[in-house]
Design a binder for this molecule. Structure first.
Ligand code: C5P
Length: 399
């Protein structure tokens, strides 16, 4: 339910704008108040009259409405809402948002606000796939903008692919996830995820087989319970979850800086498979193959982010969760690791090649806490994430 929630709905100029009329109805059915804003282009697709009638409110259309301007109308308008929703979010609106332009009412509202924003992109598949749009999307995600869709399918322009706006009920679900009073509402949680790449020279690096799937699922599950999630990810094979603030890093050193920089937090979950070693000295130019000689690589130890956060004297998060990927004696090794690192919980799993866990879709974990070890049955990584998120919510509530 969304009763009492105030949604500022910015309707962009795309054919999908007709679905926004239904979105207004669905939101109002659930008790939300919808204040509509139409861009000039949107007025070519839906009429202000139909939008106003469905919303039961005036439609805002012009930045230079003098009465409103005297009262700083556009600033007020963007700040009284609980959520700004842009649907459809056209390529142009996304570009304006990503670059901070403010040349009409919609873009000014989006720049003038510190209220959370959710966008539902809709555009031609080539516009969506264009590197410029993908760059803007990454920027917006990094700014903490939540994204619903787009869906894949037939498009009004006759092409097929991703670019269709999410269906109104999907957007409603994304809005509910963003505004819902989940048990982690008001909690700030940092999640590290994915592998790290440690450069040997400008073209080579050391890496590991982590896909980032489990860390991504955990970030998504925590966000779904209402947490503000800061997702610090190495070069992963899966896209980051929607609606979380994403910081992309390459090396362990960068990951450490981003994770520490994201503190204070209530909880940190270190799900990243951080490389243990880096080159003592990264070669500045490509190491050449020379006759009769092999290069000698000298390693240096990487910072242990989990141990460092667990042992912070000031500002230690109240719950620090680490992972232990083991191939033998999982429980004993993980229990020892918990003590050595000083974290509160360790999620241990057996990553022997025969289990197919690393890079796979399932996981079988043992949760090690101060109270002992608890083995969970083998299940999907999403389910492991949901269960862990629920346990974190419970622990923060009780602690
Ligand atoms: O020491 P090991 O790599 O087995 O420990 C795994 C746990 O420690 C994971 O939670 C991982 O994210 C974290 N870790 C870290 N920084 C490192 C190495 C591991 O945060 N340099």
């Amino acid at each position: 339910m969304l009763s009492g929630k105030r949604i500022l709905l910015i309707i962009g100029g795309g054919i999908a704008a007709y679905k926004s009329l239904d979105l207004i109805r669905r939101l109002r059915e659930r008790g939300a108040a919808v204040t509509p804003v139409l861009t000039k282009a949107a007025e070519q697709f839906v009429t202000p009259l139909s939008v106003a009638a469905l919303a039961g409110q005036n439609v805002h259309r012009d930045l230079f409405d003098l009465t409103q301007e005297a009262e700083m109308g556009h600033i007020q308008l963007s700040r009284v809402a609980d959520l700004l929703v842009v649907a459809p979010a056209t390529a142009d609106l996304m570009a304006k948002m990503a670059t901070g332009r403010a040349d009409d009412l919609a873009s000014t509202l989006l720049l003038a606000t510190d209220t959370p924003v959710l966008i539902a992109p809709a555009m031609n598949v080539r516009m969506w796939d264009h590197p410029a749009t993908q760059r803007n999307l990454a920027t917006l995600r990094g700014d903490g903008v939540a994204v619903s869709g787009p869906n894949e399918g037939d498009m009004a322009c006759g092409e097929y692919g991703p670019g269709r706006m999410s269906e109104p009920l999907e957007i409603v679900a994304a809005i509910e996830a963003r505004l819902g009073d989940g048990p982690l509402k008001g909690r700030r949680i940092v999640v590290t995820s994915g592998p790290t790449h440690e450069p040997i020279d400008p073209v080579r690096y050391i890496a590991n087989r982590s896909s980032g799937a489990q860390g991504t699922a955990i970030a998504r599950a925590l966000s779904a319970l209402g947490a503000e999630v800061i997702f610090v990810t190495g070069p992963a094979q899966v896209p980051p979850p929607e609606g979380v603030a994403v910081t992309r890093v390459e090396t362990a050193g960068e990951m450490r800086e981003a994770a520490l920089g994201a503190l204070p937090a209530d909880t940190v979950v270190c799900a990243a498979a951080v490389a243990d070693w880096r080159m003592a000295e990264e070669a500045t130019s490509k190491i050449k193959k020379t006759k009769g000689g092999l290069p000698v690589l000298t390693f240096a130890e990487n910072p242990d982010i989990l141990a460092e956060i667990s042992q912070l004297e000031a500002g230690r998060p109240s719950l620090v969760v680490g992972f232990a990927a083991e191939t033998d004696d999982v429980e004993a090794n993980a229990t020892a690791k918990r003590a050595r690192k000083g974290c509160d919980w360790i999620v241990a799993n057996d990553v022997s090649p025969a289990t197919g866990i690393m890079g796979g879709t399932e996981n079988a974990v043992t949760l090690i806490t101060a109270g002992g070890a608890e083995s969970w049955p083998r299940m999907g990584k999403d389910q492991v994430a949901a269960r862990l998120a629920a346990r974190i919510a419970e622990a923060l509530q009780n602690g």
